[in-house]
Design a protein around this ligand. Structure first.
Ligand code: NAD
Length: 388
């Protein structure tokens, strides 16, 4: 159970790049990082517009001289201070992640980076090697994986409750971009421009989320080959897709699908993962994150509820309020930020972090690699490709 008592010796001095006023994702980063007192927000380059960033930072109680016009200045100035930052979260548009993450690691900072980590596997591997060399943590905010129902699913699969795993069906298919909303929405505009998002839109923006849930629940499953088809139903988005289907074959004979879509008209989110075994299936839906459907062949459906003591102890570990009370995305993110902090402290003390998983740099690399393989398949006529 989490009750706010300290988990690390001293809060980590922390800054943000991006996530400024009006951004979609900035607030949940701050809320998740600050909730359990593992981090202290002491600096930031919050906005592409320096003046607005300063005004915003001051409103977050950050000292004006530590609200910087850009990340380069921030890393340079903070390195001169005895109480300089130890970690930074990057919540800027995708095209900037690689250079900011690289600069942060070179400045010996721990990093929490938004997905996608970068655009090519080559760049991702370079960042992975740099993080290793510097002994720095890079956490990736696949935030949904912090839900307790995901941990329950992971434990059920590991304990054989589903039998042999055969099929994994995944989707993230919302309807918010059924029309060309990017024409007057700055947060969507860069998402459909290859200059800012690289080779894909929905595969990277949406599909990688349930894909990571499958990596958490089934850590030993390896993709052998895949086939992908992608479309731009709003024509101005071409060559970037607003819909894609991916079929995968895993090395143990299991198969999986990912439906990535932003034009599923009428749908709020529809992020789901269904894992089908030889005896039973589980299904999780992000719009009802406190429940996990458990279907045993020949028996009535069971809905497993978060916070109940029939769950595996690992799934109860992050409970904050007991069953019946809804927890949500903010708690899921807080759970991950707590693990990032534990990992950062362990790295600083030269310890191995045991018994805790979190979306780290390898998850970032895998997301980039999956998108790259999907695009290669789709752009060669939706053909099967060996997973590289
Ligand atoms: P946004 O366009 O709403 O906000 C971007 C923010 O970054 C703005 O405050 C902008 O001023 C600032 N910014 C841009 N360039 C900057 C720079 N060079 N230096 C400093 N600040 C800069 O974007 P968003 O929707 O919040 O997305 C940001 C990132 O978060 C993206 O990579 C996106 O893929 C990711 N995201 C992740 C999730 C998730 O579930 N993990 C959800 C939404 C967005």
């Amino acid at each position: 159970m989490i009750n706010g008592e300290k988990k690390i010796e001293n809060p980590i001095r922390w800054a943000m790049v991006g996530g400024g006023r009006g951004s979609q994702i900035g607030y949940i980063h701050r809320s998740a990082a600050l909730r359990d007192h593992n981090f202290q927000l002491v600096a930031g380059a919050f906005d592409i517009n320096a003046e607005r960033g300063l005004d915003f930072g001051v409103n977050l109680h950050v000292e004006p001289e530590r609200c910087y016009p850009d990340y380069k200045k921030m890393f340079e100035e903070e390195a001169k201070r005895e109480d300089g930052i130890q970690a930074v979260s990057i919540a800027t548009p995708n095209g900037t992640h690689y250079e900011i993450c690289k600069a942060a690691l070179e400045a010996n900072l721990h990093v929490v980076c938004e997905k996608p980590l970068c655009f090519t596997t080559e760049e991702a591997k370079e960042l992975e090697a740099l993080a290793k060399e510097k002994n720095r943590v890079v956490g990736i905010t696949y935030g949904y994986s912090g839900h307790q129902a995901i941990e329950q699913g992971r434990q059920m699969i590991a304990n054989g409750d589903l039998g042999e795993i055969r099929i994994i069906n995944m989707q993230f298919a919302h309807g918010f971009h059924s029309e060309a909303v990017e024409l007057d929405n700055p947060s969507t505009k860069w998402r459909v421009d290859p200059k800012f998002v690289g080779p894909s839109y929905v595969l990277g923006d949406l599909g990688t989320h349930p894909l990571y849930l499958s990596e958490v629940m089934l850590p030993n499953l390896k993709i052998k080959k895949l086939m992908c088809t992608r479309q731009s139903f709003v024509k101005t988005r071409a060559p970037l897709e607003d819909n894609a289907y991916t079929i995968m074959e895993y090395d143990n004979g299991a198969v999986g699908t990912v439906w990535s879509c932003a034009v599923n008209a009428g749908s709020m989110h529809s992020q789901k993962i269904r894992v089908i075994g030889s005896k039973a299936s589980i299904e999780w839906w992000d719009e009802q994150p406190n429940q996990l459907r458990y279907e045993v062949q020949g028996k009535p459906v069971q809905i497993l509820e978060r916070g109940m003591n029939y769950l595996y102890s690992e799934a109860l570990a992050d409970d904050r309020i007991g069953g019946g009370h809804p927890e949500g995305l903010f708690e899921a993110w807080s759970n991950l930020y707590t693990r990032f902090a534990l990992a950062m402290e362990a790295a600083d003390q030269g310890r191995q972090l045991e018994d805790i998983w979190y979306p780290g740099i390898e998850a970032g690399v895998e997301g980039v690699r999956w998108v790259e393989n999907c695009v290669r398949s789709a752009d060669n006529g939706a053909v099967w490709v060996e997973y590289q």
